[in-house]
Design a protein around this ligand. Structure first.
Ligand code: DAH
Length: 335
């Protein structure tokens, strides 16, 4: 009997080592561990063992059964975690392509604008999106009854605290905290209480620009903005400055460039006019200098501002600026 046990033990070790799949595993279990298996039949023979030997043989049989069960359990785990062999891999299958994200088109546009102005010697600054009436309006020479101060146009937070309606208040903060010369652009988010449409949003981006020094003239403003427009929109654009009005600049202008889609002939993008309006600008109003404590007799300067959504829409030929905020990858993947 003890010989049989020893033999069976060897057999178990040998056979479990040879098991490589589920079917062989099941065969192993039936052969050794099932109710009619080899171990069970040895248990049946225990009857014939002389009484004195019974306890010791019984113990050996129990150990044998435990051993068989534990090698089986081990094998189950092993087979589960075993990687499929190379034969099961089809190396000709195309790989699974990972989709890599790209920078958002608005940020690409902003980066491009920043790098052009940095190239012309401008610094970059930012300011708070929650502003007070002073920085957003009063210091910028908005009259007390200016319609932009109306609840219809501005999101008020509390009292005279509001969400900035433009990036121009950053001009005030820069001048309050620095002495001329100043040459800085100020990108950031702005908020307006406006109905959302294909051409307007209630939350969008602007880039503000400010240059202040002794002896700055309108022609420097023109030269700088023209250089920007040529680098950004193309070397051979034509341009024009139209008189305009902003409370914080005098004189004020809007800059148009020839439509780079139809080259000035007239198309849907430029509403058949041949011209695209790209920014507002002007010479800093002396009242603005006075409100930040600069002497307007000593200093002059220019400022400009442009909307990023509009700029990106023009650049990429997008006819609905809401698309920039829908986060639809079919749209975003195109940039
Ligand atoms: N703040 C103006 C707006 O929101 C844009 C602007 C126009 C900014 C002329 C300027 C400027 O600095 O000189 O529409």
């Amino acid at each position: 009997m003890q010989n049989q046990i020893a033999q069976l033990r060897e057999e178990i070790e040998r056979e479990i080592a040879a098991v490589t799949n589920q079917q062989q595993l099941e065969e192993f279990r039936i052969k050794f561990l099932s109710r009619k298996g080899l171990i069970a039949s040895l248990f049946d023979n225990l009857r014939n063992v002389p009484g004195v030997d019974k306890p010791i043989v019984g113990k050996q049989l129990n150990e044998l059964r435990q051993r068989a069960q534990s090698v089986l359990d081990e094998k189950i785990l092993q087979l589960k975690s075993k990687p499929k062999s190379a034969e099961h891999l089809d190396l000709t299958l195309p790989g699974r392509r990972k989709f890599r994200g790209t920078k958002h088109p608005l940020m690409q546009t902003l980066d491009e604008i920043k790098s052009i102005f940095v190239g012309m010697g401008f610094g970059i600054a930012d300011g708070p999106e929650i502003e007070d009436d002073w920085h957003n309006f009063s210091a910028l020479n908005f009259a007390p009854d200016h319609p932009a101060r109306d609840m219809q146009d501005t999101f008020f937070v509390k009292g005279d605290i509001l969400l900035r309606t433009h990036t121009s208040p950053v001009q005030i903060r820069i001048m309050e905290n620095n002495k001329p010369p100043i040459r800085t652009i100020m990108p950031g988010r702005v908020y307006r209480n406006e109905a959302v449409s294909s051409r307007s949003l209630c939350n969008f981006y602007q880039v503000e620009g400010l240059a202040v020094d002794k002896g700055i003239t309108f022609s420097e403003l023109k030269g700088t903005l023209l250089s920007f427009a040529r680098q950004f929109y193309g070397k051979d654009i034509k341009y024009r400055f139209r008189p305009s009005f902003f409370p914080f600049t005098e004189p004020s202008a809007e800059m148009d460039i020839t439509c780079f889609i139809c080259k000035g002939k007239g198309c849907r993008m430029c509403k058949q006019s041949g011209w695209l309006e790209i920014l507002g600008c002007g010479m800093v109003d002396p009242n603005v200098f006075t409100s930040v404590g600069y002497d307007p007799e000593q200093y002059t300067g220019y400022a400009f501002g442009m909307g990023i959504e509009r700029t990106a829409a023009l650049l990429y030929g997008v006819d609905d600026i809401r698309l920039f905020y829908e986060n639809d990858v079919r749209f975003l993947r195109q940039f």
